[in-house]
Design a protein around this ligand. Sequence first.
Ligand code: THU
Length: 161
Amino acid sequence: MKKRELSISYLEYKGTDELSEADRHLVEEAKTAAAGAYAPYSHFMVGAAIELDEGTVVRGANVENAAFPSGSCAEKTALSYTVANFSDKKAKAIAIVAFSEGELTDDPVPPCGNCRQMLIEEEQRLGSPIRVILAGKTDVIILDNCQSLMPLSFTRTNLRK
Ligand code: THU
């Protein structure tokens, strides 16, 4: 028996002032995206903005449904659009924000497990890291890649015999 340990590292900032201009811009794009949320049930409006290598930004928001499981998260909306329309481009970074009762949340909102799974799939398809920027009002977290969000994840290699 062996005991193994996995660790992840991330950067934590107080607010967006210390971010690079490009990252700050992506956070602003995510805020714009959140305005497009359809969230009549949770009133929790999430926005995701994906920066592609040639500068295009793809925005997505959560889209809820009376049949709750039929809804889509913001990250899923943005990722699906990116893969369907820009499969030849590389996603470099994704910024995620959320508004609760009309206010940007104080703490960064992390992607749900299903969205982490989707982010890791896209990172593996591209073969290069997608940075993750989680921006709250007081704290901002930046991870170098999506894989760090979910260690021991199920991926395409697990489908082999
Ligand atoms: N939501 C997202 O859009 N992304 C996440 O990663 C977490 C949750 C949405 C789903 C639902 O519309 C609302 O937030 C409340 O869970």
